[in-house]
Design a protein around this ligand. Sequence first.
Ligand SMILES: Cc1ncc(COP(=O)(O)O)c(C=O)c1O
Length: 406
Amino acid sequence: MTYLDHFECSECNERLPADIPQSNTCKDGGLLYARYDLERMKREVSMERIARGPASMWRYGPLLPVDDIENAVTLGEGWTPLNQTERLAQEIGAGELLAKNEGMCPTGSFKDRGAAVTLSRYRELGIQDVILNSSGNAGSAFSLYAARAGMHCVSILPTDSQTSSKKQCSLSGGERYLLSADRWHEAGGLVDELSKRHGWFNIGTMKEPFRTEGKKTMGYEIAEQLGWEMPDVIVYPAGGGTGAIAIWKGLEELMELGWVRGKLPRMLVTQYEGCAPIVKAFDDGLEECEPWGEINIPPGGLKAPAPAAGKQILRIMRETNGGGIAVSESEALEAVAQLAALEGIFACPEAGTTLAGLKKALKSGFVSKDERVVLVSTGSGLKSVPTLPEFDIPQIESADDVNAGA
Ligand SMILES: Cc1ncc(COP(=O)(O)O)c(C=O)c1O
């Protein structure tokens, strides 16, 4: 049973009913946050009961917006490992360092959490047709979960999205289209228009409140896997910024329930230097992000020139004494190699930006050795194989060609 109660605007606090599909478009430019009856839940649901739940994000069922979990659209997403990374920590001069390995989700990225919750709820509410624009991984997740749900999903991807995403969308049998990568800033408007024209519900980034609800379970899991304790710093690779907002929302809810010790972690956001609207706005002391001009980054999830919830993410970074760090593509790829070679974690380049950013933050003293840090490794390297470095691998004909240990 869900304790979902109503929606609340992040800016004007207006309340709206949660049992009808709502778009994230309050007149004040706020986001609609799903609000739960946490007082009642505190009396009726214990932490112990949650801990006995399934090894998936559905263990947090009472805090998810789905009336009947029996009807959830699920492939077993969530409850991903939070790996200690001792050798890596030693190498980069960090204290306690952990990586939340979201590459273990069914379609290879954390987007599965949002897809599972969003489609479960809209199917319950009688919606059959949905549309989104996605730099790739959300398209993969929503298309495959829509196939699971028996729903119709239309994905608009940029021409330069990863092959993995194009194939996942296509194999799912979903409807998918490519928009020229240099016109990607128009994708949101195009989806709005198609949504109106065909009556398809717009589930794009921050266009509705439920994707955040799925992603917030990353925050719940980090706290629970640390024995219901907050880490000191969370490093998150931000595109639209939904994940960072969602983790913060999840942790705030746990605080309100009294289930977690410590204060909210510092939110450290990483982006590529070639598209860093959030980092720039933070450094310039702005309240909103300004649209980024020319984008010069590898394909993947950080291609968000005008983050839909820039205001909210900037506020969270400031309120938690966090920050933003931009890194180059080569720094991110070097970090991917370190994660693989020192810890066996095969991460995507977006996740590489978190380690690359952390290294800079340790060097400048912004993050200290006393702090317990969690890197959110948002996806598997398998999603981004063409972007990863090429290697000259010796071909052999016989045992004599092997120079052992070289
Ligand atoms: C692998 C990966 N990491 C990070 C992001 C950025 O996520 P958010 O939109 O929550 O900022 C994305 C978004 O597509 C992604 O695919």
